[in-house]
Design a protein around this ligand. Sequence first.
Ligand SMILES: *[C@@H]1O[C@H](CO)[C@@H](O)[C@H](O)[C@H]1NC(C)=O
Ligand SMILES: *[C@@H]1O[C@H](CO)[C@@H](O)[C@H](O)[C@H]1NC(C)=O
Ligand SMILES: *[C@@H]1O[C@H](CO)[C@@H](O)[C@H](O)[C@H]1NC(C)=O
Length: 186
Amino acid sequence: MAKFHWLFLIVFLPYHGKAAKISPSKSRLSLQWKTFNCASNPLHVSRHKCIILDNDKSLITVEVDYLQAISQLNATFKLFLPRQPFKEYHKIIDLNVDVCQFSKGLYGHKFIGVIVKSLGKKASSQLKCPRPKGLYSYPNISIADNLPGFLPTTDFKVEISFLSPDSMLNTSLSGMLYDPAKTSGK
Ligand SMILES: *[C@@H]1O[C@H](CO)[C@@H](O)[C@H](O)[C@H]1NC(C)=O
Ligand SMILES: *[C@@H]1O[C@H](CO)[C@@H](O)[C@H](O)[C@H]1NC(C)=O
Ligand SMILES: *[C@@H]1O[C@H](CO)[C@@H](O)[C@H](O)[C@H]1NC(C)=O
């Protein structure tokens, strides 16, 4: 159960913007993505790219070409962790957030704050609404740099769905947090 202590912190601490103490230098664990899949709605998105970088599997790149301007965008975030003894995945976090509020620094949740911070400054500025149609690119997203330092090693899965207001893009990711000092990964 100690394993879930950090989740308790992440789930129940509200995000306090700049006051949050997430120091990249304190991250001890490395993150490696294993799979990244996306499905888009052809009525909203002409093409998309969801890739894990070949030469650095801690990084992902997302590109979405919107066919229509975005005036409203919500997202659901789900985090799943394996639970002993059978390691079947359980949903730990399930959030619905208003993405249009992100540019105002209103993430609603610490977990989301980590993700938005990982997009980088330029990408974060692309989260304003309304937002013209066209190609949006979020290169080299590094979640690991923004994670707190007290996390346990674990496999995990994340599902993020975007709604505007009908389904626009579904993404699912799997990865692991590991200690680079102990092992080079399984
Ligand atoms: C996303 O997933 C939901 C729920 O499974 C589904 O209803 C929706 O059609 C999916 N959207 C796309 C764009 O694949
Ligand atoms: C979008 O998310 C916000 C925050 O959770 C919620 O209040 C709002 O009702 C959502 N809007 C839609 C269309 O789901
Ligand atoms: C992303 O990372 C790759 C590999 O580390 C690098 O070659 C590329 O220039 C980076 N792209 C951007 C836009 O930062």
